[in-house]
Design a protein around this ligand. Sequence first.
Ligand SMILES: [Zn+2]
Length: 487
Amino acid sequence: MAAYDLVIREAKVATAADIFTCDIGVKGGKIAALGHDLPKGEEEIAAKGRIVTPGGIDGHIHLSQDVGAGAELADDFTSGTLSAACGGTTTIIPFAYQPRGQSLRAAVRDYHTKSDGKSFIDYAFHLIITDPTTTVMGQELPALIADGYTSFKLYMTYDPIKLNDRQIVEILSLARREQAMTMIHAENTDVIAWLTDILEGSGRIAPKFHGVSRPTIQEGEATHRAISFSELLEVPILIVHVSSQEAVTEIRRAQDRGLRIFAETCPQYLFLTADDMDPKDGHGAACVCSPPPRDKATQEVLWNAIGNGTFSIISSDHSPFALKGTRGKFAFGRNAPFSKIPNGVPGVETRMPLIMSEGVLKGRITLQQYVALTATNVAKIYGLSHRKGSVVVGHDADLVIWDTATERKVAQSMLHHATDYTPYEGMTVSAWPDVVTSRGEVVVKGGEPAAHAKQGRGEFLRCERPEGALPRKGVQGIEARIAAMAP
Ligand SMILES: [Zn+2]
């Protein structure tokens, strides 16, 4: 009997800390040994000189999510997770969304029904809280956190789901008490509504005006507000999908003052600009997302903020709406005003190769930074680092063997998502995942689904209480200060 189920030979292994050449021995789905001249494996892969990274963890992806009447996401847990795997992502954390008036527990059950038996790779859930009733706050949320749903997203904008400042503060108080991670979509809803009325009321309805309706200054304001609440309560938060200089400045200033503020950006802000919402082919709706893509100068600001550690993670915010048919981008008509275009771009399959190619191979970030941004930090921030996000003995054998020898053009035809376009069509990349393993099983080979790519093999992961969600030692929030006051 072979000593290992799988041995990957002479790999150039990258972790968030180091790069080293060794064999990787896999047994029972786990990394069992890192060393030289390991005994034979049942299966052997020669990887001499090739980069091997931990499988990507995508901490921001929307699948099978209820997006309201009229429209629907193109990807469910089948197509979405196959697409993720083919792009080198082996763990996803999509959202269980609570529609207003519904219990949070019921929402979680609902998303388990949507995902059970469907996924090709492992997955956890963030919660989206839209209705923090006394039952949600007093019973459901604390119980769900204890059950392994230790992170949740709050929205400062979007009418059907936004929370007001008091609700946000109350949830942050709970997050502090329960050691959960709060993700915040930071935009100023009233400013956006007012500008949208001005634009659409004067006939400025084309997709490009979506960008005008969400100026960077309102993102900066909302980011500042979210950070202020975090400081008031002394509880860490993560600002999702940061797109602007203004937001980066607020985050950096807070971090420089010692506050525990985490931040995420996404490929759409690094590779697209506002011009992509106004292309010659008239498909501006394809790149409408929120916050919107900005300009070339902002792309450099974001790369710098990735390089200097302001951003902890890069996620896809995969929100796929089809261009064809009547349930996607044009659910409200081909000429619907921009405020009626479903927000979002696909990107779960392109995130890992785009950042490897444009970030690492073009010298903007190191390979170790890449691993941290796409896997290790994501695992730490969301409570999965007990088994995901690094190449260490005992971790799940979720690995990507990279092809960095071939140049290719990104094309819709090579992707596995269920939507009908990629915003990165025609972009030249010099990296693509060649072999992807999930718990030691080869699920992708040559960029295509392989023998072990079986629907339903993916397991649900319970998240631990994230280390990063701990308040700073010795710093009290407003509640502790009040509790110390004599009545
Ligand atoms: Zn968002």
